[in-house]
Write a protein that binds this ligand. Structure first.
Ligand code: ADP
Length: 423
């Protein structure tokens, strides 16, 4: 068609791009799904989420929400209809439902045969043992009497764990009093919670090796990071982990990639590790989904975990994982005991006024004590070095100060946000 001043050309109608782009369904509407949705937008997609409620973090932002429970096969089926891949923001989906979906032709990624190793710590320990991965000694606890055998085999005190359903340290007990321990075991077994006992590792710090794997078999790994927990919950991540010998770090990345390959993982996976006082690395557990230890990469790596997860489940070539700064520190915004009177909006104003370089990620969640309501990422200055402890400590201090401010509306160094002076 030719255009004249009187008849302006109209573009030919085209098919909407969004209808030709793949649909990924994520089971669970939490912050991990919300941030995966954010990455999906950049790839020209929207993430479909199966959420229990419309105010869940991902349900607030996705235009494609299926309401229902992850325990309900019909809800899972509805969420899977027409999707190119079905994946997870948490590991709690019954594998028997996922196997049904697989048989019906749904691309469940990671497949339930892999996911089970992130759901059940006994299955994980047995399988990783077969693969020769370094692990604490462990024993299944099926009766109170098993405590005595475990005590002889593992030493004392040992760590008691719920094999399934625990998270953020809930479901982990380190109890020195034998009677108290017997009470916990009887109580948990009475509720049909499978238990295992593990040797208590004398660790120096906790680390995480995060990798991605695609169905094609491509693998990618980020540098190993240090994770700091507060009351069993991740509070800070330092990426890369300082003071980690290059060969140890490379071996951890290789181990994580090997585990992903052997178990048939598709998507991202975190291998949580203990570094012992003598410098050995020991596997704690696996997470087969985006993980708190990978949040730093949203701003601190060329490709972050959320985009990488989408690339992996869609079998796209994986992204470059190179860090963008000598160190990036992630600090979780953990709800204060009482929500501050100052609104989050005003807290953000003051934070940006003081620290214009801080990257903020808020999850749209209500404030509650210790609840993960967001995180911040702070990238170190490019001129610094990971080997410089004072530089790393300063970046960490800024990240923790920013996160604490957002949660508590209090500056940890007594800064007065109105006068710009220390109180
Ligand atoms: P969850 O699944 O709830 O995250 P984890 O198995 O990761 O539980 O354990 C939570 C925390 O308990 C770990 O981060 C670590 O600090 C501690 N822990 C777990 N297992 C051991 C162990 N075998 N030895 C020493 N500490 C442990």
């Amino acid at each position: 068609m030719t255009a004249t001043p009187d008849s302006p050309s109209r573009p030919e109608p085209t098919r909407s791009l969004t209808t030709t782009m793949p649909v990924v369904t994520m089971i669970g509407g939490g912050q991990l799904a919300r941030m995966t949705h954010q990455a999906a937008i950049a790839l020209g997609q929207t993430l479909r989420v199966l959420a229990a409620d419309t105010d869940e973090p991902a349900a607030q932002v996705s235009p494609d929400v299926v309401l229902g429970s992850h325990n309900d096969l019909d809800a899972l089926r509805r969420a899977a209809t027409g999707a190119h891949a079905l994946t997870f923001d948490h590991e709690g989906v019954p594998t028997e439902h996922l196997e049904v979906l697989q048989r019906e032709g749904v691309a469940v990624l990671p497949p339930p045969q892999a996911l089970i190793h992130a759901q059940d710590k006994i299955v994980m320990r047995k399988r990783l043992g077969e693969l020769g991965a370094p692990m604490p000694k462990f024993a299944e606890i099926t009766s109170v009497d098993d405590i005595v055998t475990a005590r002889e085999h593992l030493g004392w005190p040992f760590v008691l764990k719920a094999a399934r359903g625990g998270y953020d340290g809930r479901g982990v007990w380190i109890v020195e009093d034998a009677d108290e321990l017997a009470g916990i075991v009887a109580d948990q077994l009475g509720r049909d919670v499978p238990l295992l006992a593990e040797e208590k590792v004398e660790w120096r710090r906790e680390l995480s090796a995060m990798v991605a794997r695609s169905p094609f078999g491509q693998g990618a790994s980020w540098p190993v990071v240090e994770t700091v927990q507060r009351d069993g919950q991740c509070s800070v991540v330092i990426a890369p982990a300082p003071d980690l010998p290059v060969d140890v770090s490379a071996a951890a990345e290789q181990l994580a990639l090997r585990i992903a390959g052997e178990l048939g993982v598709v998507g991202v996976m975190a291998v949580e590790l203990f570094e012992t006082r003598t410098g050995e690395l020991i596997v704690n557990e696996l997470a087969m989904r985006p993980h708190n230890s990978g949040h730093w990469g949203m701003d601190g790596a060329r490709t972050g975990q959320f985009e990488q997860h989408l690339r992996a489940v869609l079998d796209y070539p994986l992204g470059d994982t190179t860090p963008l700064a000598p160190v990036t520190v992630m600090a979780n915004v953990l709800g204060a005991p009482e929500a501050p009177a100052m609104s989050m909006d005003e807290r953000l104003h003051h934070l940006f006024a003081r620290m214009p370089d801080v990257h903020v990620h808020l999850y749209g969640k209500g404030e509650r004590k210790d609840r993960k309501i967001g995180h911040v990422n702070v990238l170190g200055d490019p001129s610094g070095s990971l080997d410089d402890a004072a530089y790393v400590a300063a970046v960490r201090e800024r990240a923790e100060r920013a996160a604490h401010w957002l949660a508590h509306a209090q500056w940890t160094d007594g800064w007065n946000e109105h006068t710009g002076e220390k109180r």
